[in-house]
Design a protein around this ligand. Structure first.
Ligand code: GLV
Ligand code: MN
Ligand code: MN
Length: 412
């Protein structure tokens, strides 16, 4: 068989995805596998077992990133890498992240079955805590790996219960010894669901993003004066939840100032959170994304000033933290073209687009040529239990990944 005719085993890919989906399965048909939870550990253990079955050299670094390396003929050449993440959102879906890990695994298994040797090493990776939901920020471990984030800062990040990311890594047995430092990469491809409506709307099968939007996260904390809601007159209250409500309106209003921007408040904590106490503490998050870093920074400046004015008016002192910023990632044109050409060779329609979702590929792109392969998300829904992509599209995406990786892996 010519290598051009090589195809992944779609049924096996489906079985891997279904087996993973059972780990942390939710009653609503989704998955809850928060970073460094017991479910994440279970998924990791299974992944490591599967890597060993196909003779990959497994290593785990200080951030818990799991690498499986399949030796090529020229071991001194920079490797071709692919992977994504096994963690999920709370009540998340069965495809976000895990498709990119199981897709790359299916590529490796296919090469293993057919005893195909590549010139370069192939590496598959599971990045720790891509989601950033349990421990902010997102993509933290690829960020450390490329040298853009500090390892010890990442270790110190806490979840809602005050547990530290570094301690949780150790608890589940994935605080590895290998330094979390980038090794040479010739090309990096990440297979992922689109998580938006474009491919479905355009009736296309494969998305080739030209890059990923910039992504900026902020944490806002307000302090008010708690009091009994009944006897306390409306005038003169320092109600920080009311102040937060105005701020949330501001976030939405400012996002509309530029066409290519989105801004969201997705997380809020109200203290003491009792219906008959005026709230004296609020913590909420702001997520701003745009293809133009300047637009996102400009929007934050407007929000910041308005937040200060609102806090002042309500007498609720405010603290604003710039938690995380990752610049927009324009992918390597040659690799994006490889995705488009490979899709065409395999007979699939494609769409040149932009990724609104964040991916580890944003960080990898800062040190090596990177690109992504998207498949359609039904109804454009993601980060929800009903997140869905067809098994056929998963297989098509994995075949595009297979041939993109092979093309790059045979380059000398
Ligand atoms: C990552 O899941 C994101 O927030 O886009
Ligand atoms: Mn993802
Ligand atoms: Mn996600």
């Amino acid at each position: 068989m010519s290598i051009k005719d090589l195809r992944v085993d779609g049924a096996r890919l489906r079985r891997s995805l279904e087996t993973m989906a059972a780990i942390g399965a939710t009653p609503g048909g989704g998955v809850q596998r928060l970073a460094l939870s017991d479910e994440d550990k279970q998924a990791r253990d299974l992944f490591v077992r599967w890597l060993k079955e196909i003779d990959c050299e497994v290593s785990i670094d200080e951030m818990g990133n799991i690498f499986g390396r399949r030796p090529g003929k020229n071991r001194e050449l920079p490797a071709v890498m692919s992977g994504s993440h096994l963690d999920s959102q709370p009540k998340g879906g069965r495809f976000d992240g895990v498709l990119g890990v199981m897709g790359a695994l299916e590529v490796m298994r296919t090469l293993h079955d057919h005893k195909i040797e590549t010139e370069r090493d192939l590496v598959i990776v599971d990045w720790t805590n891509e989601e950033g939901s349990r421990f902010a920020p997102a993509m933290v471990s690829s960020g450390v790996w490329v040298g853009k984030l500090e390892r010890d800062w990442a270790y110190s990040r806490t979840d809602i219960n005050g547990l530290k990311q570094g301690d949780e890594l150790a608890r589940i047995g994935y605080k590895g010894e290998t330094p979390a430092r980038a090794f040479p990469i010739h090309a990096n491809y990440e297979l992922h669901i689109e998580q938006g409506p474009m491919l479905e709307a355009e009736g296309r099968t494969i998305g080739a993003p030209k890059g990923v939007l910039c992504l900026h996260w902020y944490d806002i904390r307000l302090t008010g004066t708690a009091n009994q809601v009944g006897p306390t007159p409306m005038a003169g209250r320092n109600d920080c939840l009311l102040a937060a409500a105005e701020m949330i309106q501001t976030v939405n209003k400012v996002a509309h100032l530029k066409g290519d921007m989105v801004a969201t408040v997705g997380e809020i904590h109200n203290y003491p959170n009792s219906r008959n106490i005026i709230p004296d503490g609020v913590h909420f998050t702001v997520d701003i994304r745009s293809w133009e870093d300047d637009h996102a920074i400009g929007a934050w400046e407007v929000m910041r000033r308005e937040f200060e004015a609102i806090a002042d008016r309500h007498g609720t002192p405010i603290e604003m933290e710039i938690t995380w910023r990752v610049v927009r990632a324009p992918f390597a044109e040659e690799l994006v073209q490889n995705v488009l050409d490979t899709a065409a060779e395999l007979g699939h329609s494609s769409l040149y687009m932009v990724s609104g979702a964040g991916h580890d590929c944003s960080y990898i792109n800062q040190i090596a040529p990177a690109a992504m392969i998207f498949i359609p998300s039904k109804g454009g829904r993601s980060h929800v239990e009903v997140e869905e992509s067809s098994w056929e599209d998963c297989e098509k995406g994995a075949n595009v990944l297979l041939h993109c990786m092979l093309t790059s892996a045979q380059q000398l």
